[in-house]
Design a protein around this ligand. Structure first.
Ligand SMILES: Cc1ncc(COP(=O)(O)O)c(C=O)c1O
Length: 367
């Protein structure tokens, strides 16, 4: 006799994080996890350090300061905000609350891996809707929804493809979904996309919707991935359910202090967005010049394939790692020919393109 996990738990494919180690390189260039190459706001860092005197105290279970700050910044009702250890925790508790045995969650073909883990852990099934040109296809999602669907997940912009939908498509999806299906609009990369014509993170739109949960994170453009701060905006009924099962202290004191300061430091966010926007163009052009095909990205990474050159993505990732540069090979997302490359700093970008150039040249010389 020994303890056995519930049925299905050991069938879950474990989450594969972006590589963080390269043999022989103490400080590799990490372009595998879509982190902010500028780090975080100095003010956020100072607020975090200042919280060191309070390590013995439990955090505020209501996350009141951050709640008030987010509500004020976005014009949202504070009581409709949810907090979690990264937006990942919100996906998990949404699935716990709304999915049971026999129910299913619908996601696009290249959905973010943490959603399916959450759905399976809650005992639900996962149905994937085909994408078109690596872009979410609203009609395919609607065709996949059935009477046992309880949640639809969409990230806009999406990971791992970086592609995005104009907001009209999200509205169209919502309008056709049955009212008892929770639409989770994952905005992990929203800050990267604001300003694109036709893009909206959907917060204001969600105000009068009974079945929409918008999630956001401080992990990407705010550069606070290590602190695990995610938040969501949802109708009162959904908040009531999720707040009952979230862990009461999942936002730490230091994390809350840093996030409040980060939110105030609009200059840092703007610098990050500007650096991303110009870096993304340079990365795309550099990759194209080396013969790669790239997907149109509104996120802080570019997804690319060198299939035209005959160079396997896996080999490129391995050779880059030998040179101390880490990118993400997308085999576990069902895209074995593709690499996902975060937009790094100028120096990192230069090192990446130089090394890639050598790899492509060497491959040409072999044929
Ligand atoms: C689409 C998407 N959603 C959510 C997350 C998770 O973010 P967090 O750090 O807030 O858990 C990521 C992180 O890679 C992501 O790509």
């Amino acid at each position: 006799m020994r303890p056995e996990a519930k049925a299905g738990i050991l069938d879950i494919a474990p989450y594969v994080p972006g590589a963080s180690k390269a043999a022989g390189h103490a400080k590799p260039i990490k372009l595998s996890a879509n982190e902010n190459p500028l780090g975080c706001s100095e003010k956020a860092r100072a607020a975090y350090l200042a919280s060191a005197d309070e390590l013995h105290l439990y955090p505020d279970a209501r996350t009141s300061r951050l709640r008030a700050a987010i509500a004020a910044k976005y014009g949202l009702e504070p009581e409709r905000l949810l907090f979690g250890a990264g937006s990942d925790e919100l996906f998990s508790i949404a699935c716990m609350a709304y999915l049971g045995a026999g129910d299913n969650m619908v996601q696009p073909q290249y959905g973010f891996a943490a959603w399916a883990i959450a759905a399976h852990a809650a005992g639900g099934a996962v149905k994937s809707a085909p994408e078109r040109n690596y872009t979410v296809d609203v009609d395919a999602i609607l065709a996949t929804v059935d009477r046992r669907t309880r949640i639809v997940f969409i990230a806009n912009p999406a990971n791992p493809t970086g592609t995005w939908l104009p907001f009209g498509e999200i509205e169209r999806l919502h309008a056709a979904l049955p009212g008892n299906v929770l639409l989770v609009l994952d905005g992990a990369y929203s800050e990267c996309a604001v300003g694109l014509r036709g893009y909206s993170a959907g917060l204001e739109w969600a105000r009068d919707k009974e079945n929409v949960l918008v999630t956001r994170t401080f992990s990407k453009m705010y550069g606070l991935a290590s602190l695990r701060i995610g938040w969501g905006y949802a109708p009162a009924r959904v908040v009531e359910a999720l707040d009952r099962i979230r862990l009461p202290f999942s936002i730490s004191r230091g994390g809350e202090a840093a996030a409040v300061a980060a939110l105030e430091d609009e200059a840092f966010l703007q610098r990050s967005v500007d650096a991303l926007t110009s870096g993304r163009i340079k990365l795309r052009e550099g990759l194209a010049a080396l013969g790669a095909r790239t997907l149109p990205s509104a996120a802080n990474f570019i997804t690319a394939t060198f299939d035209n050159t005959g160079l396997p993505a896996e080999q490129i990732a391995a050779e880059l790692a030998r040179g101390g540069i880490l990118v993400r090979h997308l085999r576990n997302y069902g895209m074995p020919d593709w690499l996902r490359i975060s937009v790094g700093s100028e120096t990192e970008l230069k090192a990446l393109l130089e090394r890639l150039g050598l790899i492509v040249e060497a491959a040409k010389a072999r044929v």
